[in-house]
Write a protein of this length. Structure first.
Length: 304
C-alpha cells in the first residue's frame, strides 16, 4: 500500500515521517528529543495505530520520553515493539560524495535496526566517548580516570568495528548485482570500510599512546568514530568518476539491499518512508523504486 502526503515546503510533511519513525524505531532520525519539540511548546505526543489493533503512544515532556504499548509503560521502546523502517532522505542521494560522519550516520542507522547488540554497543561507545572528551577538557585531568573510559572505548569500539566489517562484506556480496539490475550495465560497485581499528588490545594500546596528543587537542583522535566508508566504481573512487545518475543508482541499490537484509534477519517486511526524494529520480529509477517496494507499505512526501 502506498500513501502520498502532499504539501508545500515547510508545512510539516517530514514531521509526519519523523513521528512514524519515532514510534516504530524509538528515536528521531533528525535530532534529540528536546530539539524536535515545536517552537513555544513544552512536549510532543505521537500515537501510532497498527492494523493488528496494537497502539504505540510516545510522549516527550519535562526532558523525559515514555512509550506506552497496551497497558505497559517504558523509558525506551523494547525490541519486540519496534518495527523496521527503510528511510530515504534527500541527503541520502548525496551519500557517495558525502562526509565520513554522514556516511557513518547512514550505516549506523541501518546496522542498528538489524542488530540490537550493535545498537547497544554504539550507544555505550558514544557515552564513553563523550565522558572521555569531557575529561580531556578538564583543567583537573586525571589520567587514571581517562584509562577507565579507554577500557570501555576499546571494548565497544572493537565490537562495532567487527560488526561493520561483517555487514559491509554482506552488502558487497549483493551490491554489484543489485546495481546492475537498476542501471542495466556491467559496472562494478563496492564499498570499502576504512578503519584503523585492529582488535580490542591494540585499540586500548593506541588510546594510551595518544593520551598526550588528545590532552593537547582536548578530544579523542582515534577510534571507530573516525571510520569512513569509501565507494568504489569500476575499481576507482566513485566520488569524481560516477555520474549523478550512477550515484543515485548506487544509493537505490543500498536501499533495496537494506530491505532484503531486514526481511532475512528480522522476518518482517519494512515500512518504507520516502521524504521528498521521488521527484529527485528520473522516470526509470522511479519505476524501479516502485517495483522493488510494491509489497511494502510505502509513505511518500512530495510538493506535487
Amino acid at each position: 500500500m502506498t500513501s502520498l502526503i502532499l504539501g508545500e515546503n515547510g508545512c510539516g510533511k517530514t514531521s509526519v515521517l519523523e513521528a512514524i519513525y519515532i514510534a516504530t524505531c524509538g528515536k528521531s532520525f533528525r535530532a534529540v528529543d528536546r530539539e524536535i519539540v515545536k517552537r513555544d511548546k513544552e512536549f510532543y505526543k505521537v500515537e501510532l495505530n497498527y492494523e493488528s489493533g496494537e497502539i504505540t503512544i510516545v510522549v516527550f515532556s519535562d526532558n523525559k520520553k515514555t512509550f506506552l504499548v497496551g497497558d505497559k509503560k517504558f523509558a525506551r521502546l523494547p525490541k519486540k515493539y519496534k518495527y523496521p523502517v527503510v528511510l530515504f532522505l534527500p541527503d541520502d542521494l548525496n551519500l557517495v560524495n558525502s562526509s565520513p560522519s554522514h556516511k557513518r550516520d547512514y550505516f549506523d542507522r541501518t546496522f542498528a535496526q538489524l542488530n540490537e547488540s550493535y545498537n547497544d554497543s554504539l550507544s555505550k561507545y558514544n557515552k564513553a566517548l563523550k565522558q572521555r572528551n569531557e575529561l580531556l577538557k578538564s583543567e583537573f585531568l586525571n589520567r587514571d580516570l581517562v584509562f577507565s573510559w579507554n577500557i570501555l572505548l576499546a571494548k565497544y569500539g572493537a565490537s562495532i568495528s567487527k560488526f561493520r566489517e561483517d555487514m559491509i562484506r554482506q552488502i558487497n556480496f549483493r551490491l554489484t548485482t543489485v546495481y546492475r539490475s537498476i542501471a542495466d550495465n556491467l559496472d562494478i560497485v563496492r564499498v570499502e570500510y576504512k578503519t584503523e581499528v585492529k582488535d580490542e588490545s591494540d585499540y586500548l594500546k593506541r588510546l594510551e599512546q595518544d593520551f598526550e596528543r588528545d590532552r593537547i587537542l582536548k578530544h579523542t583522535g582515534f577510534g571507530v568514530h573516525k571510520d569512513d566508508y569509501v565507494f568504489m566504481f569500476n575499481q576507482v573512487l566513485a566520488n569524481g568518476s560516477a555520474s549523478r545518475g550512477e550515484v543515485r543508482s548506487i544509493v537505490l541499490a543500498l536501499k533495496f539491499i537494506e530491505a532484503e537484509l531486514i526481511m532475512e534477519k528480522m522476518k518482517k517486511r519494512p515500512i518504507v518512508l520516502l521524504d521528498d526524494v521521488f521527484s529527485e529520480l528520473d522516470k526509470t529509477r522511479q519505476k524501479c523504486l516502485v517495483k522493488n517496494f510494491k509489497e511494502n507499505q510505502v509513505i511518500i512526501t512530495s510538493v506535487d
